[in-house]
Design a binder for this molecule. Sequence first.
Ligand code: NAD
Length: 285
Amino acid sequence: MPLILDGRVVRTQKERSLRSIVETLDRKPCLGIIQVGSLAPSNAYIAQKKMCAEAVGFDVDHVQLPGTISEYDLLKKIEEFNTDPDVDGVLVQLPLPSHIRPQAAIDAINPIKDVDGLTKVNSGKLYANDPSGLVPATARGVMSLLEHYNIPVAGKHALVIGRSQIVGRPIALALMHRNATVTIAHRHTKNLIELAQQADIIIAGAGQPGLITDEFVHEKSVVVDVGITPIELPEKKLVGDVDFALVSPKVAAISPVPGGVGPMTVISLIENVLQAYQSRDQFLD
Ligand code: NAD
């Protein structure tokens, strides 16, 4: 049987240590969430973030704006959070309605409070391997999951499938900074199966259910499934990119969906809020 990379176990452990840190602080860290409209998946993601933040003793200031709000008014709201001394971390829940440019909203966030790590300042810091930056939560979560289970990364060949700004690219950079040899694959990659067979670690972040089958892996493969796709049939559930039933008996370690990277992403966001709180303290000293 493979080692199951259980994100819920790691989240519980991290929640405990965050709670004990919060008890030592003069003020509770606060996460500001800006939502535009009320898409059902966004409501669900925000509920998870709120629940986790409150479970560790953080405050949450969730502002829900009408889906018709102008980009200008959204940027004004972001600026209010930027300058609010009681708010440590700010995130704008994506996706936004099509009349608002997502990068304009992201770039309006003060990089010190950018707990999704998506501003150009934090992307640049990740590129430069500057630890003062805020790293996108999924990348931080994948690295913490590997670390928790003592999966060696240095010198290993990691294949990252997906190159998005929010998932694939930051994960690839984070792995490279930990001395992995990284291959980044995407929709145009021709020989995905051969690349996967050569890899020690496969990080699947394509959003394509069933993409990774037993042909892709070998007995020493470590497979981390970032994909989350809701399906309706044969039953309503969330599935990853990996065919877990086919792949899990053939590999050394694997993360499930749900219960793998998902909980790690949420707890890593909360860790980013604490990091933002601590950087603000240093900045204001
Ligand atoms: P995206 O659509 O922006 O990017 C997908 C990437 O995968 C692209 O780079 C694309 O080229 C690549 N890709 C698609 N099909 C491919 C294929 N057949 N072969 C090789 N590469 C392929 O999506 P995203 O925002 O990066 O999200 C990816 C997945 O991760 C989605 O399922 C999303 O729901 C999930 N996700 C999970 C978490 C989490 O916490 N677990 C967080 C964010 C996103």
